[in-house]
Each structure stands twice: as C-alpha cells, then as structure tokens.
Write a protein of this length. Sequence first.
Length: 239
Amino acid sequence: MPKPSAHPGDPHFVDRSGWLRAAVLGANDGIVSVSSLIVGVAAANPDRGAIMIAGGAALAAGAMSMAAGEYVSVSSQSDTERADIAREKASLKQFPDAEFAELAAIYREKGLSEATAHRVATELTRKDPLAAHVRDELGLSATRAARPLQAAFASAATFSVAGALPLLAAIAAPPGAAISVVLCVTAVALAALGALSAKVGGAKIGSGPMLRATFRVVLWGVFAMAVTAGVGFLFGVAA
Ligand SMILES: [Zn+2]
C-alpha cells in the first residue's frame, strides 16, 4: 500500500538518491574521461585512427571499471549492512531487555515522553522487533538498501551512453577539428547532464539549485579536459 503523502503534487526524491548518484556518476565520468582522452590524444597526435582507437578503448575500459568499482563498493556496503542486521538479530535473542530499553531510549530521544516511548517500543517490539531496530536504531530501510548489481548496471550503462557522445562527435568532426568539436559537444552534454540530474533530484527548472548543479558539472568537466589536453600537448611536443 503506497504511503499517504501530505504533498502528493511535490513528492520527496530521497529514495531515488541511490541509483541517481550511480547514474550521474557514470554519465559524468563517461563524458569527462572519454572526451578528455580524445582531446589529449588529439593534442599529441592528430591522426584520426589513433583518436578513434583511443576513444573506443576509453569507452570500453571506463564502462567496465565503473561497473566493477560500483559493484565492489556497493557490495561492501551491503555486506556491512547484512552483518549489522545479523548482529542485531543475535543481540535481540541474547539481550531482549537491554534491546527493549535501547529502543525506548531512541524514541525518548526523538522527543516522546517516557510513557509514550515505552508504549511505542512495546507495540513495535510485539509486531516485529528486528524491523523496529533495523529501521530506528541502524537507520536502514528497504528503499535505500544497497543493491550492488543495480548500481553496477546503472553506472556502466550511463557511462557507455554518455561516453559515446564525445566519441561520436570526434567521428563526425571534420579533419583537424576534433578538439574544438569534442569540446563544444562535451560542454553542452555536461550542461544537459547537470540540469537533468538536478531535475530528477527534484530541483525546479531554471532554479538556483539547477543552475548551480549545471555550472558545477560543466566547470569540472571543462577543467578536466583542459588539463588532459595540456598533458597531451606536452607529450606531442616531446615525441
Ligand atoms: Zn538494538
């Protein structure tokens, strides 16, 4: 049964934060790392074939490393959560009174009176003691549980789709214009990503939070490309 909301027209977005973070991270990484690598190689060696190979390799390697990184990091988070829940379950069996007192104390800290806290702890313990402790003591909830495969897939998929943009731009660019075309396409793609992630996160179109998110994403992306182009240029001069 869906939870009743006091403001159904303007819902909360916090339960999107898990996959949104992985998706934005994947997309941002895809655009920035593939475009930076293309610009870096183009600055060192304008041979079209070399640029395409570098771009394709960056796309494949990046998507795989994103998936592996997300899977490993979210798996360790999920392991920690599972271990904590198992510890709580054992403690509820071994020290039911101490656990009950702990739960009542949590409700008192939330502002309930002694009697009400005791009553709430009694009723929730009668209903499902582990659920009450997992939610109110450990702060874990089903909607925000760590999902390694979902996170790995979300970031690899968004990395690939977003990273393909600068590569397609490099392929479509007229000879000798790869750097400027990739720079323009990447800046526009990053601005779109910043705005989209702010929108999905609940920001209003054109609002301060959306403009800040957009500016932040574009600034760091362009900075990364500038540094890589500089390194590529130095290598080109040295070669
Ligand atoms: Zn407990």
